[in-house]
Design a protein around this ligand. Structure first.
Ligand code: SF4
Length: 333
Protein backbone atom coordinates (compact mmCIF):
# COMPACT_ATOMS: atom_id res chain seq x y z
CA UNK A 1 0.00 0.00 0.00
CA UNK A 2 1.28 3.48 -0.82
CA UNK A 3 1.90 6.12 1.82
CA UNK A 4 -1.03 8.10 0.41
CA UNK A 5 -3.34 5.10 0.84
CA UNK A 6 -2.13 4.48 4.39
CA UNK A 7 -2.98 8.00 5.46
CA UNK A 8 -5.87 8.65 3.20
CA UNK A 9 -8.70 8.16 5.68
CA UNK A 10 -6.99 10.45 8.19
CA UNK A 11 -6.65 13.24 5.64
CA UNK A 12 -9.00 16.19 5.33
CA UNK A 13 -12.33 15.45 3.64
CA UNK A 14 -12.44 17.41 0.37
CA UNK A 15 -15.70 16.09 -1.08
CA UNK A 16 -18.76 14.64 0.63
CA UNK A 17 -21.62 13.38 -1.53
CA UNK A 18 -24.83 12.27 0.23
CA UNK A 19 -27.96 10.75 -1.26
CA UNK A 20 -27.21 12.00 -4.76
CA UNK A 21 -30.03 11.42 -7.24
CA UNK A 22 -30.20 12.36 -10.91
CA UNK A 23 -33.24 11.61 -13.04
CA UNK A 24 -33.63 12.89 -16.58
CA UNK A 25 -37.18 13.55 -17.78
CA UNK A 26 -38.36 11.77 -20.92
CA UNK A 27 -40.65 14.03 -22.93
CA UNK A 28 -43.29 12.80 -25.36
CA UNK A 29 -46.67 13.49 -26.91
CA UNK A 30 -47.79 16.53 -28.85
CA UNK A 31 -47.15 18.97 -26.02
CA UNK A 32 -43.87 17.31 -25.00
CA UNK A 33 -44.98 16.56 -21.45
CA UNK A 34 -43.03 14.24 -19.17
CA UNK A 35 -43.89 10.61 -19.87
CA UNK A 36 -41.13 8.96 -17.86
CA UNK A 37 -37.71 9.33 -16.29
CA UNK A 38 -34.22 7.96 -16.83
CA UNK A 39 -32.98 6.86 -13.40
CA UNK A 40 -29.35 7.78 -13.96
CA UNK A 41 -28.09 8.07 -10.36
CA UNK A 42 -30.00 6.74 -7.33
CA UNK A 43 -29.02 7.56 -3.76
CA UNK A 44 -25.23 7.58 -4.08
CA UNK A 45 -23.05 8.62 -1.10
CA UNK A 46 -19.28 8.79 -0.66
CA UNK A 47 -16.44 10.92 0.68
CA UNK A 48 -13.09 11.77 -0.90
CA UNK A 49 -10.07 12.87 1.12
CA UNK A 50 -7.14 15.08 0.24
CA UNK A 51 -4.59 13.03 -1.73
CA UNK A 52 -7.04 10.17 -2.30
CA UNK A 53 -7.97 8.51 -5.58
CA UNK A 54 -11.60 7.49 -5.30
CA UNK A 55 -12.63 5.40 -8.28
CA UNK A 56 -16.14 4.86 -9.59
CA UNK A 57 -16.36 1.76 -11.72
CA UNK A 58 -19.09 0.00 -13.66
CA UNK A 59 -20.38 -0.86 -17.10
CA UNK A 60 -21.38 1.74 -19.65
CA UNK A 61 -24.56 3.53 -18.58
CA UNK A 62 -24.18 2.74 -14.86
CA UNK A 63 -24.28 6.41 -13.88
CA UNK A 64 -20.59 6.94 -13.10
CA UNK A 65 -20.04 9.86 -15.50
CA UNK A 66 -23.37 11.41 -14.53
CA UNK A 67 -22.27 11.26 -10.88
CA UNK A 68 -19.08 13.15 -11.79
CA UNK A 69 -20.98 15.76 -13.76
CA UNK A 70 -23.46 16.24 -10.89
CA UNK A 71 -20.56 16.79 -8.47
CA UNK A 72 -19.25 19.55 -10.75
CA UNK A 73 -22.80 20.78 -11.44
CA UNK A 74 -22.21 20.50 -15.16
CA UNK A 75 -25.64 18.96 -14.83
CA UNK A 76 -27.83 19.77 -11.82
CA UNK A 77 -28.60 16.90 -9.45
CA UNK A 78 -32.29 16.11 -8.90
CA UNK A 79 -31.66 15.85 -5.14
CA UNK A 80 -28.94 15.13 -2.63
CA UNK A 81 -26.02 16.99 -1.19
CA UNK A 82 -22.53 17.74 -2.51
CA UNK A 83 -20.22 19.35 0.03
CA UNK A 84 -16.88 20.77 -0.98
CA UNK A 85 -14.56 21.54 1.94
CA UNK A 86 -17.59 21.09 4.21
CA UNK A 87 -19.68 23.70 2.37
CA UNK A 88 -22.84 22.82 0.46
CA UNK A 89 -22.11 23.24 -3.23
CA UNK A 90 -25.49 22.40 -4.80
CA UNK A 91 -27.19 25.60 -3.61
CA UNK A 92 -24.47 28.09 -4.56
CA UNK A 93 -25.19 30.72 -7.19
CA UNK A 94 -23.41 33.62 -8.90
CA UNK A 95 -19.94 34.55 -7.71
CA UNK A 96 -20.03 32.07 -4.83
CA UNK A 97 -20.54 29.24 -7.32
CA UNK A 98 -17.81 30.54 -9.65
CA UNK A 99 -15.33 30.86 -6.78
CA UNK A 100 -15.99 27.42 -5.29
CA UNK A 101 -16.10 25.73 -8.68
CA UNK A 102 -12.48 26.75 -9.24
CA UNK A 103 -11.55 24.19 -6.58
CA UNK A 104 -12.76 21.41 -8.91
CA UNK A 105 -11.88 20.51 -12.45
CA UNK A 106 -12.44 17.83 -15.06
CA UNK A 107 -10.12 15.78 -17.24
CA UNK A 108 -11.99 14.49 -20.25
CA UNK A 109 -11.88 11.07 -21.83
CA UNK A 110 -11.09 12.12 -25.36
CA UNK A 111 -7.87 14.11 -25.80
CA UNK A 112 -8.70 14.40 -29.52
CA UNK A 113 -11.91 16.38 -29.21
CA UNK A 114 -11.56 18.14 -25.86
CA UNK A 115 -8.96 20.69 -27.01
CA UNK A 116 -9.87 23.68 -29.16
CA UNK A 117 -8.05 23.07 -32.49
CA UNK A 118 -7.78 26.81 -33.20
CA UNK A 119 -5.95 27.66 -29.98
CA UNK A 120 -2.25 27.22 -29.30
CA UNK A 121 -1.15 24.88 -26.53
CA UNK A 122 -0.13 27.88 -24.39
CA UNK A 123 -3.52 29.56 -24.81
CA UNK A 124 -5.41 26.32 -24.11
CA UNK A 125 -3.53 25.84 -20.84
CA UNK A 126 -3.91 29.52 -19.93
CA UNK A 127 -7.62 29.77 -20.71
CA UNK A 128 -8.88 29.04 -17.14
CA UNK A 129 -6.50 31.62 -15.61
CA UNK A 130 -7.37 34.13 -18.35
CA UNK A 131 -11.10 33.72 -17.65
CA UNK A 132 -10.55 34.04 -13.90
CA UNK A 133 -8.22 37.03 -14.40
CA UNK A 134 -5.74 35.57 -11.94
CA UNK A 135 -2.59 37.28 -13.18
CA UNK A 136 -2.18 41.02 -13.66
CA UNK A 137 0.53 40.84 -16.30
CA UNK A 138 1.17 38.79 -19.40
CA UNK A 139 4.62 37.86 -18.03
CA UNK A 140 3.14 36.34 -14.85
CA UNK A 141 0.53 34.47 -16.85
CA UNK A 142 3.12 33.08 -19.29
CA UNK A 143 5.42 32.09 -16.44
CA UNK A 144 2.57 30.09 -14.86
CA UNK A 145 1.85 28.36 -18.17
CA UNK A 146 5.51 27.40 -18.57
CA UNK A 147 5.69 26.16 -14.98
CA UNK A 148 2.68 23.90 -15.54
CA UNK A 149 4.03 22.66 -18.88
CA UNK A 150 7.23 21.60 -17.13
CA UNK A 151 5.27 19.89 -14.35
CA UNK A 152 3.35 17.71 -16.83
CA UNK A 153 6.39 16.96 -18.99
CA UNK A 154 5.57 19.12 -22.02
CA UNK A 155 8.42 20.72 -23.94
CA UNK A 156 8.20 24.53 -23.72
CA UNK A 157 8.80 24.67 -27.48
CA UNK A 158 5.23 23.28 -27.88
CA UNK A 159 3.69 26.45 -26.44
CA UNK A 160 2.89 28.08 -29.77
CA UNK A 161 1.87 24.93 -31.61
CA UNK A 162 -1.62 23.51 -32.15
CA UNK A 163 -3.27 20.35 -30.72
CA UNK A 164 -3.43 18.49 -34.06
CA UNK A 165 0.39 18.39 -34.11
CA UNK A 166 0.48 16.09 -31.07
CA UNK A 167 -0.07 12.43 -30.21
CA UNK A 168 -2.91 11.26 -27.97
CA UNK A 169 -0.65 11.01 -24.92
CA UNK A 170 0.74 14.52 -25.42
CA UNK A 171 -2.76 15.90 -25.94
CA UNK A 172 -3.86 14.33 -22.69
CA UNK A 173 -0.89 16.01 -21.00
CA UNK A 174 -2.13 19.33 -22.41
CA UNK A 175 -5.60 18.53 -21.03
CA UNK A 176 -4.12 17.70 -17.64
CA UNK A 177 -2.03 20.91 -17.64
CA UNK A 178 -5.15 22.94 -18.37
CA UNK A 179 -7.06 21.10 -15.63
CA UNK A 180 -4.52 21.78 -12.89
CA UNK A 181 -3.36 25.29 -13.85
CA UNK A 182 -5.80 26.79 -11.31
CA UNK A 183 -4.44 24.56 -8.52
CA UNK A 184 -7.70 22.71 -7.86
CA UNK A 185 -8.32 20.52 -4.82
CA UNK A 186 -10.41 17.94 -6.64
CA UNK A 187 -10.06 16.57 -10.17
CA UNK A 188 -12.80 14.49 -11.78
CA UNK A 189 -10.98 12.19 -14.23
CA UNK A 190 -13.62 10.81 -16.59
CA UNK A 191 -12.10 7.78 -18.37
CA UNK A 192 -8.89 9.81 -18.86
CA UNK A 193 -6.86 7.03 -20.45
CA UNK A 194 -9.42 4.86 -22.20
CA UNK A 195 -8.80 6.52 -25.61
CA UNK A 196 -5.03 5.94 -25.35
CA UNK A 197 -2.75 3.03 -26.26
CA UNK A 198 -1.87 0.78 -23.31
CA UNK A 199 1.79 1.93 -23.24
CA UNK A 200 0.71 5.58 -23.17
CA UNK A 201 -1.94 4.84 -20.53
CA UNK A 202 0.74 3.85 -18.03
CA UNK A 203 2.64 7.12 -18.59
CA UNK A 204 -0.47 9.25 -18.12
CA UNK A 205 -1.49 7.31 -14.99
CA UNK A 206 2.02 7.77 -13.57
CA UNK A 207 1.82 11.50 -14.32
CA UNK A 208 -1.54 11.73 -12.51
CA UNK A 209 -0.05 9.95 -9.48
CA UNK A 210 3.03 12.17 -9.50
CA UNK A 211 0.89 15.34 -9.62
CA UNK A 212 -1.28 13.98 -6.82
CA UNK A 213 1.77 13.48 -4.60
CA UNK A 214 3.14 16.93 -5.39
CA UNK A 215 -0.11 18.88 -5.12
CA UNK A 216 -2.17 16.77 -2.68
CA UNK A 217 -4.89 16.46 -5.32
CA UNK A 218 -8.00 14.41 -4.66
CA UNK A 219 -9.19 12.42 -7.69
CA UNK A 220 -12.58 11.01 -8.54
CA UNK A 221 -11.44 8.52 -11.16
CA UNK A 222 -14.24 7.26 -13.40
CA UNK A 223 -13.48 4.12 -15.38
CA UNK A 224 -14.92 0.93 -16.81
CA UNK A 225 -11.44 -0.64 -16.74
CA UNK A 226 -10.84 -2.58 -13.53
CA UNK A 227 -7.17 -3.17 -14.34
CA UNK A 228 -6.53 0.59 -14.45
CA UNK A 229 -8.69 1.12 -11.36
CA UNK A 230 -6.72 -1.53 -9.47
CA UNK A 231 -3.51 0.29 -10.31
CA UNK A 232 -4.47 3.85 -9.39
CA UNK A 233 -7.14 3.71 -6.65
CA UNK A 234 -7.18 4.04 -2.91
CA UNK A 235 -10.92 3.47 -2.64
CA UNK A 236 -13.37 1.99 -5.15
CA UNK A 237 -17.13 2.28 -5.54
CA UNK A 238 -18.90 -0.14 -7.89
CA UNK A 239 -22.06 1.17 -9.55
CA UNK A 240 -24.79 -0.66 -11.44
CA UNK A 241 -27.80 0.95 -13.07
CA UNK A 242 -27.32 4.17 -11.10
CA UNK A 243 -26.99 2.42 -7.74
CA UNK A 244 -24.04 1.97 -5.44
CA UNK A 245 -23.35 -1.77 -5.13
CA UNK A 246 -20.12 -1.93 -3.14
CA UNK A 247 -17.62 0.54 -1.68
CA UNK A 248 -14.32 -0.41 -0.09
CA UNK A 249 -10.60 0.19 -0.06
CA UNK A 250 -8.88 -1.11 -3.19
CA UNK A 251 -7.29 -3.94 -1.23
CA UNK A 252 -10.62 -5.05 0.22
CA UNK A 253 -12.55 -4.72 -3.02
CA UNK A 254 -10.10 -6.71 -5.12
CA UNK A 255 -9.02 -9.11 -2.37
CA UNK A 256 -12.38 -9.77 -0.73
CA UNK A 257 -15.23 -8.70 -3.03
CA UNK A 258 -18.63 -9.20 -1.44
CA UNK A 259 -21.32 -8.13 -3.89
CA UNK A 260 -22.35 -10.70 -6.55
CA UNK A 261 -22.01 -7.99 -9.22
CA UNK A 262 -18.47 -7.04 -8.14
CA UNK A 263 -17.47 -10.72 -8.15
CA UNK A 264 -18.87 -11.15 -11.66
CA UNK A 265 -17.04 -8.03 -12.89
CA UNK A 266 -13.74 -9.25 -11.46
CA UNK A 267 -14.20 -12.73 -12.90
CA UNK A 268 -14.24 -11.49 -16.49
CA UNK A 269 -10.77 -9.96 -16.18
CA UNK A 270 -8.14 -12.67 -16.78
CA UNK A 271 -5.36 -11.07 -14.72
CA UNK A 272 -7.60 -10.48 -11.74
CA UNK A 273 -9.54 -13.75 -12.16
CA UNK A 274 -6.37 -15.79 -11.76
CA UNK A 275 -6.04 -14.39 -8.23
CA UNK A 276 -9.58 -15.53 -7.42
CA UNK A 277 -9.77 -19.16 -8.41
CA UNK A 278 -12.93 -20.22 -6.57
CA UNK A 279 -16.46 -19.03 -6.91
CA UNK A 280 -16.29 -17.88 -10.54
CA UNK A 281 -19.40 -16.20 -11.94
CA UNK A 282 -20.06 -15.16 -15.49
CA UNK A 283 -22.32 -12.17 -15.90
CA UNK A 284 -25.20 -13.09 -18.19
CA UNK A 285 -27.82 -10.93 -19.85
CA UNK A 286 -27.85 -7.23 -20.62
CA UNK A 287 -28.05 -4.27 -18.30
CA UNK A 288 -31.77 -3.39 -17.98
CA UNK A 289 -32.98 -0.01 -19.21
CA UNK A 290 -32.60 2.85 -16.72
CA UNK A 291 -35.97 4.15 -17.98
CA UNK A 292 -37.63 1.08 -16.51
CA UNK A 293 -35.27 -0.29 -13.83
CA UNK A 294 -36.09 -3.60 -12.11
CA UNK A 295 -37.99 -3.46 -8.82
CA UNK A 296 -36.25 -4.31 -5.54
CA UNK A 297 -32.54 -4.92 -6.08
CA UNK A 298 -31.75 -3.53 -9.53
CA UNK A 299 -29.30 -6.42 -10.10
CA UNK A 300 -31.85 -9.18 -9.46
CA UNK A 301 -32.45 -9.89 -13.18
CA UNK A 302 -28.81 -11.00 -13.55
CA UNK A 303 -27.95 -12.20 -10.07
CA UNK A 304 -27.45 -15.96 -9.52
CA UNK A 305 -28.44 -15.55 -5.84
CA UNK A 306 -31.67 -13.60 -6.37
CA UNK A 307 -34.65 -14.56 -4.21
CA UNK A 308 -38.25 -13.34 -4.25
CA UNK A 309 -37.30 -10.78 -1.63
CA UNK A 310 -34.66 -9.33 -3.97
CA UNK A 311 -37.41 -8.66 -6.54
CA UNK A 312 -39.44 -6.49 -4.19
CA UNK A 313 -37.12 -4.98 -1.57
CA UNK A 314 -34.28 -2.55 -2.24
CA UNK A 315 -31.26 -3.77 -0.23
CA UNK A 316 -29.84 -1.43 2.38
CA UNK A 317 -26.19 -0.37 2.34
CA UNK A 318 -24.45 -2.45 5.02
CA UNK A 319 -21.03 -1.80 6.52
CA UNK A 320 -19.99 -5.46 6.52
CA UNK A 321 -16.52 -4.79 7.93
CA UNK A 322 -15.14 -1.36 8.86
CA UNK A 323 -15.07 0.76 5.71
CA UNK A 324 -16.39 -2.04 3.47
CA UNK A 325 -19.97 -1.34 2.35
CA UNK A 326 -22.22 -3.64 0.34
CA UNK A 327 -25.82 -3.20 -0.84
CA UNK A 328 -27.12 -6.77 -0.92
CA UNK A 329 -29.64 -8.82 1.08
CA UNK A 330 -27.01 -11.55 1.52
CA UNK A 331 -25.41 -9.25 4.12
CA UNK A 332 -28.60 -8.35 6.05
CA UNK A 333 -28.60 -8.72 9.86
FE1 SF4 B 1 -28.38 -10.61 -5.72
FE2 SF4 B 1 -30.40 -10.25 -4.04
FE3 SF4 B 1 -27.96 -9.41 -3.40
FE4 SF4 B 1 -29.35 -8.17 -5.29
S1 SF4 B 1 -29.87 -8.29 -3.12
S2 SF4 B 1 -27.22 -8.74 -5.39
S3 SF4 B 1 -30.40 -9.87 -6.26
S4 SF4 B 1 -28.61 -11.54 -3.69
Amino acid sequence: MSSVAENVNDARVVLEVSGLVKRFPIKGGLVRHEIGQVHAVEDVSFVVHEGETFSIVGESGCGKSTTGKCVLRLIEPTSGSVKLDGKEFTTLTGEDLTRERRKMTLIFQDPYSSLNPRMTVGDIIAEPIDIAGIYATREERDARVEQIMEEVGLDLAFKNRYPHEFSGGQRQRIGIARAIVMQPELVICDEPVSALDVSVQAKVINLLKQLQREMGLAYVFISHDLSVVKHISDTVMVMYLGHEMELASKEELFGNPLHPYTKALLDVIPRIRSERVQDKRILEGDVPSPTNPPSGCCFHTRCPFATDRCKSEVPAKHEVTPGHFCSCHLYDN
